[in-house]
Ligand binder design. Structure first.
Ligand SMILES: *Cc1c(COP(=O)(O)O)cnc(C)c1O
Length: 348
């Protein structure tokens, strides 16, 4: 049986987490003289004088319905960056343990590893930006704690082969993170549906992309109850502000408008693909399952700079491994995409 507590950093096994009197009294009515708050209210129109719910009960109940998981399988953090960092802090002994990533991939895994002084082992993706399953499994040793898989992958845009993800989850006895930040833009089912089957799986999703709430900073990790209780033990007690919890809860009443925006983005994505492919300076538009394209452009660096002069800002990925002459383009509104295409036309 997989037990995440066996992967835990030794000093955390006896950790006594921060506790507040609200852990002893769960009611909402009462005379609350326990947390040194201001009893009168706030200097704003809305009342923010009370500390927020550390476990975000109401928000999790609603997210659980939408995502089809148990509230006991949800961790909410200040962006996906928070659970990524917490996983390092919980499971990776600095200078001793290691994790595996599959470049070209999302930059935050390496930054977080570097901050925590944890060795990163890079197993390059194969041709067509897919997982090198044997390479990954061969790169693991008994100090490998986490394998990070990003799908749809940033910056390439494609979903990696789902069978290969499964082979890694089954073949590796540490934790496997599947980062699904772009899940709303792809057709496949989420790995969050398979948490019971795979106790070593952690699925990341976010409100920053499809939901249009990047500024609120709300990321989700779906995982087993055992992993959740470890993350809850080491997180900052009030990691999500009351403002974020309230605002997102209200936004979730209007989930249909997220779906409409996603449909618009998917339509724009198809149109943009056709337009990009018709341009001579574009050498390749890679397949995407996300809300962006990786394209190969002649002299990418110079194109990138010339577009900035026209106030069109793309993401230069030309220095990233396997992304020579690569530029990442987010799918915008119809009119934004028009501006981009016109700007690219002027360049040739
Ligand atoms: C954008 C993105 C995220 C989201 O990060 P947040 O901290 O939730 O805004 C996570 N993973 C990948 C691969 C991304 O591209």
């Amino acid at each position: 049986m997989f037990d995440p507590n066996q992967l835990l950093r030794p000093h955390l096994r006896s950790l006594v987490p921060y506790s507040s009197a609200r852990d002893d009294y769960k009611g909402s009515e009462g005379v609350f003289l326990d947390a040194n708050e201001n009893p009168y209210g706030s200097i704003t129109a809305e009342k923010w004088n009370r500390y927020p719910d550390p476990y975000q009960k109401h928000l999790k109940a609603r997210i659980a319905e939408i995502k089809g998981v148990n509230p006991e399988q949800i961790f909410l953090g200040n962006g996906s960056d928070e659970p990524i960092d917490l996983l390092f802090r919980a499971f990776c002994e600095p200078g001793v343990d290691n994790v595996i990533i599959n470049p070209p991939t999302y930059g935050m895994y390496k930054v977080s590893a570097d901050i925590n002084n944890v060795e990163i082992r890079e197993v390059l993706m194969t041709e067509g930006f897919d997982l090198d399953v044997n390479g990954i499994l061969n790169a693991t040793d008994n100090r490998t704690k986490i394998v990070f898989i990003c799908s749809p992958n940033n910056p390439s845009g494609n979903d990696v082969d789902l069978g290969k993800i499964e082979q890694v989850i089954k073949g590796f006895d540490g934790l496997v993170v599947v980062d699904e930040a772009y899940i709303d833009f792809t057709n496949r089912a989420s790995f969050a549906d398979r948490l019971v089957e795979f106790p070593n799986l952690i699925v990341l999703q976010t409100f920053s992309k499809a939901w249009g709430l990047a500024a609120l900073r709300l990321g989700m990790a779906f995982c087993s109850e055992e992993i959740l209780s470890i993350l809850n033990k080491i997180k900052a007690p009030y990691n999500l502000s009351g403002l974020t919890q309230d605002t997102v809860l209200k936004a979730l009443a209007n989930a249909a408008s997220k779906d409409e925006m996603v449909s618009d983005i998917l339509r724009n994505r198809a149109e943009l693909k056709t337009e990009l492919e018709a341009l001579d300076i574009i050498e390749e538009v890679y397949p995407t399952d996300a809300n962006f394209f990786l394209v190969r452009i002649n002299n990418a660096k110079s194109v990138y700079k010339k577009l900035i002069e026209q106030q069109v800002i793309l993401r230069d990925r030309s220095s990233v491994v396997l992304c020579d002459d690569g530029i990442r383009i987010t799918v915008g509104t119809k009119s934004e995409n028009r501006v981009l295409i016109d700007a690219l036309r002027k360049l040739k």
